[in-house]
Design a binder for this molecule. Structure first.
Ligand code: SAM
Length: 238
């Protein structure tokens, strides 16, 4: 199998997307740069190039099973080395993307990728998401809020729902425990104004574990006191 065939074939079979030669070249550069930076900074535990294609790139793209990309404002919280936000931007250049990350080295890496690939309409914020949720510049300003591998569902909902207006949508990428985890979020959903609209199962090539997109729609206003100050949502989940 040639380089990035896994990504190309997976994008076609899972999402009916054909990646152009220039998109594949961007993904190849991103993968190589991720591996190079990873030797100095701990950006990802995944270092097998095939698994980067599958578990990072393709997995990020599966968010497209939960929304139709338009020129909407999308925020990826706890993006780490850019997942899922940057692969989505490579495939859907029209989205206006904000990446949020608390660790400076990861922020630097994301800014490097954005600059080197010439990606437009991408903000990379070095911040705790709890602070953004209480800032008028960000609160209620995004149509879609994404996160992968950041926090348990009740904590994640306190991070994400304040960033959306009514009608906005959370897409949380979760592992095989997603159905149980979602049930544990009933209280948080009620308080914060969310309703689970669906769980989308995702089976990635070369990955045994089933994954899920937990899709939550915002159906009523989030009370102003949420999110609580940095660290409290994780320490005392709703
Ligand atoms: N989403 C990426 C992925 O799937 O590869 C990174 C996942 S990593 C396990 C979780 C990331 O979330 C870390 O980089 C961490 O710094 C960031 N993070 C956790 N809590 C955060 C918060 N409250 N505000 C901003 N970033 C946060």
């Amino acid at each position: 199998m040639n380089e990035l065939d896994l990504l190309q074939d997976g994008a076609r079979s899972l999402l009916s997307i054909h990646l152009s030669a220039s998109q594949l070249e961007a993904f190849r550069w991103y993968r190589d740069e991720l591996l190079a930076w990873n030797e100095r900074y701990n950006l990802t535990a995944i270092t097998d190039p095939f698994l980067i294609e599958s578990k990072h790139f393709l997995d990020s793209l599966t968010c497209l099973l939960a929304f139709k990309p338009a020129d909407e404002r999308l925020i990826d919280v706890g993006t780490g080395a850019g997942f899922p936000g940057l692969p989505l931007k490579l495939v859907c250049p029209q989205i206006q993307l904000t990446l949020v990350e608390a660790t400076e080295k990861k922020v630097q890496f994301c800014r490097h990728v954005v600059a080197a690939l010439g990606l437009e309409n991408v903000d990379v914020l070095h911040a705790r998401v709890e602070e953004l949720g209480q800032d008028d510049h960000y609160r209620g300003r995004f149509q879609i809020a994404l996160a992968r591998a950041v926090a348990p569902m009740p904590v994640l909902l306190e991070y994400l729902l304040p960033l959306l207006p009514m009608g906005g949508r959370v897409v949380a990428q979760k592992g095989e425990m997603a159905p149980v985890e979602t049930q544990s979020a009933a209280q948080a959903l009620k308080i914060l104004g969310g309703r689970v609209s669906k769980l989308v199962p995702v089976d990635l090539p070369r990955v045994a574990e089933r994954r899920y997109l937990v899709v939550v729609d915002k159906i009523s206003e989030t009370p102003q006191k949420y999110p609580r100050r940095a660290g409290i949502p994780a320490k005392r989940p709703l």
